[in-house]
Write a protein that binds this ligand. Structure first.
Ligand code: HEC
Length: 138
């Protein structure tokens, strides 16, 4: 009796711990890369550096900028990559700088990804080439 209560409590604690939560961690390649490729890199690459920002790869995204950090791992509220997605559409810093904002689930995926540490692999997986003509088409 006492033992089963103890076990149940342990299960409850384990279930509420982030490492055991039902949501799997955000997958950069599957959930983040396609969004940046479709909606951001068009204007943010090494040739088209709008706002002085390239999102082509991790190194570019992490470059120091006087306007503030684009990604602060674990702190979405200080990461312009997330904050600009949540600004009112009329704000001229609201991203993407097109008529269509990102769907809620994509914004949330980016928030979770940053909270989890914003892992962005090096090498080919982490390289995001612009897909010409797609930004703003959704
Ligand atoms: C149509 C072009 C265009 C697209 C698409 C676009 N941006 Fe931008 N972005 C800009 C411009 C222009 C600026 C500079 C705005 C300014 O400083 O007033 C900018 C600036 C930024 C900044 C820096 C803001 C600051 O305060 O310095 C971030 C971060 C950013 N964009 C993220 C994104 C993200 C994330 C996406 C995709 C979801 C995206 N952008 C899509 C044009 C674009």
């Amino acid at each position: 009796m006492k033992l089963s209560f103890y076990l149940l409590s342990l299960i409850a604690i384990a279930a509420s711990h982030p490492a055991f939560s039902a949501d799997p961690p955000v997958d950069f390649e599957r959930q983040i890369k396609p969004v940046i490729a479709d909606r951001c890199v068009e204007c943010h690459n090494s040739e088209n550096l709008m706002g002085g920002l390239s999102l082509e790869n991790h190194e570019h995204a992490m470059r120091e900028r006087k306007q503030g950090a684009v990604i602060v791992p674990k702190v979405p509220g200080k990461s312009l990559l997330y904050v600009t997605l949540t600004l009112p559409v009329r704000d001229n810093k609201a991203m993407p700088a097109t008529a269509h904002r990102l769907p809620h689930d994509e914004i949330e995926a980016i928030r979770h990804w940053i909270l989890e540490g914003a892992t962005w692999p090096d090498g080919k997986v982490g390289e995001i080439a612009p897909r010409r003509g797609r930004a703003g088409n959704r």
